[in-house]
Design a protein around this ligand. Sequence first.
Ligand code: SAH
Ligand code: SF4
Ligand code: F3S
Length: 467
Amino acid sequence: MTKADFNTDNYAEQSAYADRVKTLALKKYGKQPAACVVTFGCQQNVSDSERLKGMLVNMGYSLTDKEEEAQFIIFNTCAVREHAEDRVYGNVGATKALKRKNPDIIVAVCGCMAQRQSVADKIKQSYPYVDMVLGTQVQHRLPEFIYRRLSGSGRIFDLTLENGEIPEGVPIKRDGTFKGWLPIMYGCNNFCTYCIVPYVRGRERSRAPEQIINEAKQMIASGCKDITLLGQNVNSYGKGEEHGLNFSGLLRKINELDGDFRIRFMTSHPRDCTKELIDTVRDCEKVSSHLHLPFQSGSDRILKIMNRHYDRKRYLELVNYAKEQIPDLALTTDIIVGFPGETYEDFKETLSLVKEVEFSSLFTFIYSPREGTPAAAMDDPVSREEKGKWFSELLKVQEEIAEKNEPKLVGKTYRVLCDAVGSEDGYMSGRNSGTAVIEFPGEKDLLGSFVTVKTEEYSGVLKGKII
Ligand code: SAH
Ligand code: SF4
Ligand code: F3S
């Protein structure tokens, strides 16, 4: 790892532990140890895992995807829905056999699910082969924790959630070279009544502009062409900070950086999404024409109980303004089906909003009760089966919209970042400035470069030729 992989130098204390781990682990395992980082959940977690990997490399570990080859295994978990949690327990349980074979390996669980006291307690009791449980705000201290465990400490449970300063200078080992995640803030203050995130991620905290700009510069210098700025609610970036830079201002600053690259961001909360932001997206040539604007429900009654602080009218105003201002805008959203007390009448409001807006794609979820959130205590009379039917109805409506709109992308010219091989031999694939995926004849050496593609046909996949 080179010096350039560190974005500042306040990782110093952990860096000293990392050096000690390097020596200790080599002695313990008799060879260079390997680490396996298993990630669940959203892009925030993917980004956190890149920092976990960076620290592990810094501690002398090699990285592997195979748990059975690793001396250190860490599960970075998600708590947003029950299904996410079930998968984690299954995966963690499977390490029991590995640990029996080799008691010297270290198993860790971190991330949003680990932050919940009830989960930590369950692991303490029922998963004795898990060596450490780390909350979301202590993960940057991984070198210290591994050092302690390697030098014989007992099991470690640290769920400290102090909402203090954001740790900077943590080394990063990015998964990709030409597409990358850039966290601009952590936590959430919104407390939507169904959501666990504010409880497990803590209060909203923004990174300093210069930290973000420096990281963006490093990414660009190392060949990144598509930077996604991350935060639970990017529109409230910088609130209450002395620097006075808001999210639009930050976008403009990154847009001014030298280089040929694209800027994306997520997630925008409709309450804090402003015309200023939409104008900024319109004006900044590097900012992609994509807005992910979760509306959750089309019913004003449900939006109120969800504590979302906007209504259908305000949402439509925003969306219509964005459509007017940004040519070729790709709009995506999140929707929850079956919030407690939601009736079929309420759900029909969601359907009608989907029909009216015509999103490029939807991220749809059946409501999952999360212990400790207000919604989990609300009456929820509609059966899971009934909610499943509504859910299918929603998917069908969206399918029809996609079938109608996707062929309209034929005959257009797009700037595409080639980011994968295509589904057919001799084809490559890439994304336009929105969310459309386009396949075109080409060689692998195009990976990571921008090409101009004219779309020619649509048959489930959009195909075209480089011009
Ligand atoms: N901060 C983002 C969303 C983070 S969670 C925002 O506010 O838009 C991603 C999505 O998961 C949410 O938008 C919501 O649609 C869904 N979600 C959150 N909690 C959920 C729950 N308890 N049940 C079902 N879906 C949920
Ligand atoms: Fe959850 Fe709402 Fe915060 Fe998004 S804005 S993370 S849905 S509480
Ligand atoms: Fe993300 Fe899941 Fe945490 S959605 S913020 S990893 S609860």
